[in-house]
Design a binder for this molecule. Structure first.
Ligand SMILES: C[S@@+](CC[C@H](N)C(=O)[O-])C[C@H]1O[C@@H](n2cnc3c(N)ncnc32)[C@H](O)[C@@H]1O
Length: 229
């Protein structure tokens, strides 16, 4: 099965337990990291934001709370069951937030149409990262910003602890919480195989971005990349 289809199927399977598992597995740190991303978006005062690989909209809802009502915020994902959770929540909370189907390999967005593009824990799952980053560049307007929150490679002294957590503890704990041991085994493998912050910065440059800044979180375990088109 192609990576994209396997990822879609995996997230469909864990959609209903995804947010809860994240909070527990990161000991709540995912909320702090997400808020770093949201603060960075708020500083930019955009007219519109596209939150890609939005999942059930955790980031999109937080951006909605931080920005004025007139800012248009749309979440895109290729996994319908994740989007459905976001849509239901948006309806319950009566907030102006749209969730649309969209594959980051070929997004249903016009060239240069986005002020700010955000993506949290999505780039790691791209079937073809060069194609996905070029697509992010295509939809961002000139002078617009892309913000990528993603796992990264930690500082060398933290690696043994990180390895034990990600490759051994996390798949077991997550398997118990979600009932899907395979999905979180994939998480460990995908984190280990992902480029470090410097390498991702080079890939962003190749995709057409400039002024790339990196904020390292928890000893480099997670990185927030900001890039200008
Ligand atoms: C780890 S979740 C992150 C969800 C959300 N951004 C968050 O922080 O909670 C990854 C999401 O990326 C989506 N995804 C992966 N590859 C994608 C692609 N090529 N296009 C659109 N969505 C994708 C998955 O369906 C999943 O919902």
């Amino acid at each position: 099965m192609a990576l994209g289809s396997a990822v879609k199927q995996m997230f469909s399977g864990i959609a209903s337990r995804y947010d809860f598992a994240n909070r527990v597995l990161s000991l709540g740190l995912c909320v702090l990291w997400r808020n770093r991303l949201v603060d960075a978006v708020a500083e930019l005062k955009p007219r519109n934001v596209a939150d890609l690989a939005t999942g059930s909209g955790d980031v999109a809802f937080a951006i909605r709370r931080a920005l004025p009502r007139e800012t248009e915020i749309t979440g895109y994902d290729f996994c319908e069951p994740m989007l459905e959770i976001g849509r239901r929540r948006a309806q319950q909370e009566a907030v102006g937030l749209e969730f649309k189907i969209g594959d980051c390999m070929q997004l249903p967005l016009a060239t240069g149409s986005c002020d700010v593009v955000t993506i949290a824990y999505g780039v790691r799952n791209f079937e073809n990262r060069a194609q996905g980053l070029s697509e992010l560049a295509r939809i961002t307007r000139d002078g617009g910003t892309v913000l990528i929150l993603e796992f990264s490679q930690p500082q060398i002294w933290f690696r043994p602890l990180h390895f034990i957590h990600v490759r051994l503890l996390l798949p077991i704990l997550a398997g118990v919480l979600t009932g899907d041991f395979g999905a979180y085994k994939y998480l460990g493998t995908s984190i280990a195989g992902f480029p470090n912050a410097k390498e991702l910065s080079s890939e962003l440059k190749m995709a057409g971005f400039r002024e790339i800044r990196v904020e390292s979180l928890l000893f480099g375990t997670v990185a927030l990349h900001r890039a200008t088109k």
